[in-house]
Design a protein around this ligand. Structure first.
Ligand code: HEC
Ligand code: HEC
Length: 193
């Protein structure tokens, strides 16, 4: 009897330690995130970005910026303020591995064509890659929500995104709202997979 109990305790202990090593986020934590960011991390909610398949480094950075108040985002604050570094790392790894899907918003092909030309002139691909999948600290734009991307670019342009990387803000200086809409429509045409 004694032996059985300690064997069970040992098994429980071993599985807890194993879970820690694998650094998988508690499912409930990721579920909370996806309640806003959409099933599988692909958002159907206006102004909430899709996060599935974003570069792990980008997600980690943004979560740390948000936790530290460098990029204050009122909607996110209650969910990030108590995350440990290890939790952020495991969430970022899990989210980066989720398959990205294209936004379901309707795309204006005229705007997208104009956006393609602007994207070439402004060399978006030099950082976000030719397929716009992003890399390192640079987010995936391909298939991202149009409304979110347009709002984000306006925020960079108007110095309304605290903690913004000047690498990005400098690109959108002087663009009109119409230019920004064109770029967002173009990026949404790209396959995120
Ligand atoms: C209440 C809704 C809500 C919840 C819950 C939520 N988020 Fe967010 N999240 C948002 C919104 C809205 C934004 C966009 C903020 C902005 O406009 O700058 C965002 C932005 C982000 C971004 C930046 C994406 C980008 O492309 O810039 C990441 C990464 C992110 N959230 C991850 C998470 C994670 C991980 C969790 C769970 C710990 C989480 N979110 C929980 C609403 C939410
Ligand atoms: C010199 C490198 C560079 C170039 C060129 C560049 N970007 Fe970025 N972009 C970045 C970085 C870095 C970030 C993340 C910035 C941050 O942390 O605030 C970013 C972020 C963004 C975001 C925010 C997305 C999100 O999910 O929050 C959008 C939208 C964006 N870029 C669009 C564009 C477009 C469109 C172009 C071309 C007109 C472009 N970028 C050119 C580096 C660049």
């Amino acid at each position: 009897m004694k032996l059985t109990t300690s064997a069970v305790a040992l098994a429980l202990f071993a599985s807890a330690a194993g879970a820690q090593e694998a650094a998988t986020p508690p499912p409930s934590q990721l579920e909370t995130c996806l309640s806003c960011h959409g099933e599988g991390g692909n958002s159907n909610t206006p102004l909430v970005p899709s996060i599935a398949g974003q570069p792990e480094f980008f997600i980690t950075n943004q979560l740390i910026y948000m936790r530290e108040g460098v990029r204050p985002t009122p909607q996110m604050t209650p969910f990030v303020e108590k995350l440990t570094d290890a939790e952020i790392e495991s969430l970022a790894r899990a989210i980066a591995a989720l398959p990205a899907a294209q936004s379901e918003e309707s795309i204006d092909s005229g705007l997208a064509a104009r956006g393609q030309k602007l994207s070439e002139q402004l060399r978006c691909a030099s950082c976000h890659l030719p397929n716009l999948h992003g890399q390192e600290q640079m987010p995936r734009l391909a298939g991202q929500r149009i409304d979110y991307m347009a709002a984000a670019m306006k925020a960079y342009r108007d110095s309304q995104r605290p903690g913004a990387d000047p690498m990005m803000s400098n690109v959108v200086v002087g663009l009109s709202d119409a230019d920004i809409a064109a770029l967002a429509h173009f990026a949404a045409t790209k396959d995120p997979r």
